[in-house]
Design a protein around this ligand. Structure first.
Ligand SMILES: [Cu+2]
Length: 152
């Protein structure tokens, strides 16, 4: 009896911890929002890329808004625009450092050549702070920005 109890309790703790970890990663994914559809766009925001900075690098939106980001690369280098949690952005930056020849494609990411303009539509479901960056090697430190999602 005592033996089975001492087995069940640690198992319970492990399951609880696993559940908490899952819930956290799920809420983090939810918090950054998701790709939006053109028909839901409520506002357009222009973002300019230079070598190596975003203008603006602080953006305010309201919870529930779907934004069309019109991104212009006015620099002389290739840049990316990637929306995500700081954890995701760091991971992307590390990947690009380690595999510079890969052509990564992911949700919430666009890559622009000098002079190019591209769009990305994003829906902000939850209030909070979301990061964006250019994760390319040598750019990541300076090319960062924040999106503040304010409560409705
Ligand atoms: Cu860049």
């Amino acid at each position: 009896m005592i033996q089975s109890k001492s087995f069940i309790i640690p198992l319970f703790i492990i399951l609880t911890l696993a559940q908490t970890a899952f819930a956290e990663s799920e809420s983090e994914a939810e918090a950054i929002g998701s790709p939006g559809t053109a028909s839901d766009v409520s506002r357009e925001i222009k973002v300019t890329q230079i070598d190596n900075m975003f203008l603006p690098n602080e953006i305010w939106v309201t919870e529930g808004e779907t934004i069309r980001f019109v991104v212009n690369n006015k620099g002389e280098r290739q840049h990316e625009f990637l929306i995500g949690s700081m954890h995701d952005l760091r991971k992307a930056a590390k990947m690009r450092r380690n595999h510079p020849d890969d052509q990564p494609a992911s949700i919430g990411m666009i890559r622009l050549q000098p002079g190019e303009q591209k769009e990305i539509i994003w829906k902000f479901d939850h209030a909070g702070e979301i990061d964006f960056a250019c994760p390319l090697p040598g750019h990541f430190k300076g090319m960062r920005g924040k999106i503040y999602v304010e409560k409705k």
